[in-house]
Design a protein around this ligand. Structure first.
Ligand code: UDP
Ligand code: MG
Length: 165
């Protein structure tokens, strides 16, 4: 069986994608899910939660010295809206997930990207995606409680989506 954090570099690569509270509040959950589904990626984990302060701080641990850290954690955890946490699987999903989100600052994000199409401000950029295989492993393990929350399943579309010659 596949480890919950997937196998980077294969068709079983996995990444952690989240719709942040502003994305949920603005009704963009379906739009963001749809883009990953239509691309051909497979949803293997999905949950709705208000993250604890501890979870948010651990998730953003590498930004803890930044001036915006406190407000970032507050915005993620204040409960004005939940977060949708997801694990998506497929070829190059870590890198392509980031491409699909667009630049961190939506003002620099290209058209056709989620941020470039749907938001305007770095502090309200509606989504998250793991930035490397190491981050994906850390974040999937952090947000999901193990085997029971991640589902290994075979999409009947797979042969129509994946074939590398
Ligand atoms: N962020 C912010 N101000 C900044 C930089 C980042 O509010 O100047 C927030 C923003 O929500 C961003 C998150 O912190 O998505 C994490 O920053 P990172 O550089 O990891 O960007 P991401 O990986 O989300 O593109
Ligand atoms: Mg990041």
């Amino acid at each position: 069986t596949t480890p919950i954090y997937g196998v980077p570099g294969t068709a079983k690569e996995r990444t952690f994608i989240a719709v942040k509270p502003d994305g949920v509040q603005r009704g963009l959950v379906a739009e963001i899910i749809a883009r990953f589904e239509r691309r051909g990626y497979k949803l293997v984990g999905l949950k709705l939660l208000v993250p604890s302060v501890g979870l948010a701080k651990e998730h953003y641990a590498d930004l803890s010295s930044k001036p915006f850290f406190k407000s970032l954690v507050e915005y993620m955890t204040n409960g004005k809206a939940p977060v949708v946490g997801m694990v998506w699987e497929g070829p190059s999903v870590i890198k392509q997930g980031r491409v699909m989100l667009g630049a961190t600052d939506p003002k620099a994000a290209g058209p056709g990207t989620i941020r470039g199409d749907l938001c305007l401000s770095i502090g309200r950029n509606i989504c998250h995606g793991s930035d490397s295989a190491e981050s994906a492993m850390k974040e999937i393990s952090l947000w999901f409680g193990g085997r029971g929350e991640i589902v290994d399943w075979t999409s009947n579309n797979e042969e129509w989506v994946v074939s590398d010659n």
